[in-house]
Ligand binder design. Sequence first.
Ligand SMILES: *[C@@H]1O[C@H](CO)[C@@H](O)[C@H](O)[C@H]1NC(C)=O
Ligand SMILES: *[C@@H]1O[C@H](CO)[C@@H](O)[C@H](O)[C@H]1NC(C)=O
Ligand SMILES: *[C@@H]1O[C@H](CO)[C@@H](O)[C@H](O)[C@H]1NC(C)=O
Length: 475
Amino acid sequence: MDKLFIISFLGMLAMVYGVAGNMAYYNIGMLEELERFEIEEENEVDLFGMPLWTSERGNKVLVNVDSFGAVGDGVSDDTQAFVNAWGTACSTPRSVLLVPLGRSYLVSATKFIGPCQDKLIIQIDGTIKAPDEPENWDPKLPRIWLDFSKLTGVVFQGNGVIDGSGSKWWAASCKKNKANPCKGAPTALTIDSSSAVKVKGLTIQNSQQMHFVISKCNSVRVSQVQVSAPDDSPNTDGIHITESTNVVLQDCKIGTGDDCISIVNGSSSIKMKRIFCGPGHGISIGSLGKDNSVGIVTKVVVDTAFIRDATNGLRIKTWQGGRGYVRGVRYENVRMQDVANPIIIDQFYCDSPIACKNQTAAVEVSEIMYRNISGTTKSAKAMKFACSDTVPCSKIILTNIYLEKKDGTVETYCNSAEGFGYGIVHPSADCLTSHDKDIAVTDEDQTVKEYSVIEQTVTAELEEPRNEDVVHTEL
Ligand SMILES: *[C@@H]1O[C@H](CO)[C@@H](O)[C@H](O)[C@H]1NC(C)=O
Ligand SMILES: *[C@@H]1O[C@H](CO)[C@@H](O)[C@H](O)[C@H]1NC(C)=O
Ligand SMILES: *[C@@H]1O[C@H](CO)[C@@H](O)[C@H](O)[C@H]1NC(C)=O
């Protein structure tokens, strides 16, 4: 009921706005699709309803890394034992690859490649630790540590820890010391070219660079995963999603030295629910469009998040000169605490030692909705829409926004950004350009009347009981 209501609400908004503005239909088609996207997530429960291995141990074949000679003393090299255990687990139907509790396994950069037999479970209860010396890293695998690929219907679970031992890598980064060469470091956990994957309960920490990359995947559900690294560790993104579709991240707690979550090119239908982020650089879409590349991200929802002590909150970042688009993003029910840029769209992103020149091409940003976002900002510009002069941002919709600064006033910055706010929007978003400026002047009464219709609708929406959370906790 709730969902139907919101859909009709958006439809009504489009209609009312169209009439009031006496203009062409305000097309927010992708935002409407997003409302339906939420329903899809609930149906996925069955698809992912895989039981815990312990509950049906009888049918399972246990493949314990210890049986393959792993020592687990944190000093001996257990790489070969893991490779051999993987070979057996992957080729045996219904197997459980077990990394037992209470031990620490030292494992070097390794590719775990599928396809595997049906219903593989990777149960990580102990700790898997990376060698800490960059000098000794396998030069053939410079960007990976634990890399899983070509898997279908696999579950990663357990309360174990994946520890990248990254401190020497951070010290060697060019971001820490300009004299160092700029070369990338490994990603702790990668899941690549896979589908129907579930990851539950793991802790990933102190990665050499990014913590958890989901690339070229379809249907991935990540829940109750924790990611942590110091706030000054360079480029240690928490969860990075690239060229992937139908990804759900929920109940994750992430604090790192870079983006808590970053979503880049080729990703669509990404849903984040109940995310705790901080410290870090926020929940980001991008960066996109670097070196004049094409970047496309569509249908992203962040619903219920707490972002604390972060440099950014909800961010979309694109490089000048790029092409492609970000379209259909809904951010809702987000609480900020001491965030430097709580809401930011930056089409002038430049993470380079040399200043970036202004270019005419840009990754287009449109149909972005912010609803029920509140809390404290560290900078006066609580909302920033820094958009390209040649490719403006469009259809930015804001409602029930309340951002404050502990000492001082707040404001919204706009450059070349079109959209509107309704209900409470603080700081005011009057700097957004709107298609119906003329109406606001010539037909003010009519506009006010139309807006009151919208507000009533919004109030009704907020009062609808939300049963969603009850359903989600069953997952
Ligand atoms: C962007 O993603 C698409 C779709 O997966 C892919 O074909 C393309 O190569 C990617 N482009 C870049 C610059 O990575
Ligand atoms: C608004 O968001 C906050 C923070 O996530 C949440 O606690 C609150 O319930 C939301 N309000 C409504 C009306 O959904
Ligand atoms: C690029 O364009 C933006 C927006 O017009 C402007 O604020 C900025 O100063 C320009 N930067 C340069 C380097 O010209």
